[in-house]
Design a protein around this ligand. Structure first.
Ligand code: ATP
Ligand code: MG
Length: 236
């Protein structure tokens, strides 16, 4: 069974109170993502890639259509059921600073999912050990533990974001242009790290980019999106 199954998904935005105008950003999109697969998603700016990514995690509501995660139609879940499912699906954004609390030290930020009990109760010392372990996995060390996001580079902050995500033990990740804000050499490092994490943790990914070379490198299959949300899957 596929981890993600999308069927006839539509997202229309309505604007104008009197003369209503409908922008059909997605209009009947269907595709699957297999377990352990990275599906690359490319397409020109404004064609609806971010919209699709957000819909898959139900950060926004679809106009119609169905989204199955591990066989569960998430469009039918209520808030409580969705909250339970949420740790299993995570999103990485282009700008790492926007997903980190600027007033929280790196160590606290990575410990937050443990503190919130998303993975059961653990002691303080065990928490510290887990945080250091995760920092090691993403290529950070104890030196960074007490720093704030503004004291790290963009690439280091994206590593913190990855550590925080891994802390909740997700199965599915939507990566929305995760390296677009980084310079070329840092981009390569983060992409290599993500490839490694994918195989180490058996992650399934939707990897969004408008860079064909990056997509080709990262993806098992590639979906090309056009305006109106038509998707053609071309083999990766
Ligand atoms: N809340 C909203 N209300 C109205 N229109 C919206 C809203 N959010 C997005 N749109 C429109 O939906 C379309 C798709 O936007 P989206 O951000 O998904 O594109 P994208 O493919 O991710 O573009 P980019 O490559 O620039 O990130 C755009 O035309 C955008 O203006
Ligand atoms: Mg986008």
């Amino acid at each position: 069974m596929c981890l993600i199954e999308v069927s006839d998904l539509c997202k229309h935005y309505v604007s104008g109170l009197i003369n209503k105008q409908y922008a059909k950003v997605l209009d009947g999109v269907s595709f699957n993502i297999e377990r352990g697969e990275t599906l690359g998603l490319v397409g020109e700016s404004g064609c609806g890639k971010t919209t699709l990514g957000r819909l898959l995690l139900r950060l926004i509501e679809p106009t119609s259509g169905r989204i199955f995660f591990d066989g569960i139609d998430i469009t039918k879940l209520d808030r409580t059921e969705m909250r339970k499912l949420r740790p299993r699906m995570q999103m990485i954004f282009q700008d790492p600073e926007s997903s980190l609390n600027p007033r929280m030290r790196i160590g606290e930020s990575i410990a937050e999912p443990f503190r919130l009990g998303l993975r059961g109760k653990i002691s303080r010392s065990e928490m510290r050990e887990r945080v250091l372990e995760l920092m090691d996995v993403v290529g950070l060390n104890s030196e960074h533990l007490n720093r704030f996001p503004y004291q790290l580079s963009g690439g280091q902050n994206q590593r913190v974001v990855l550590a925080r995500i891994l802390a909740v033990n997700p199965e599915f990740i939507v990566a929305d242009e995760p390296t677009a804000s980084l310079d070329v050499s840092m981009q390569a490092q983060i992409l290599r790290l993500m490839m490694g994490l994918k195989s180490e943790f058996g992650l399934t990914m939707l990897f969004i980019s408008h860079d064909m070379e990056v997509i080709g490198h990262m993806s098992d299959r590639i979906a090309v999106m056009e305006k109106g949300g038509l998707i053609n899957i071309v083999s990766g």
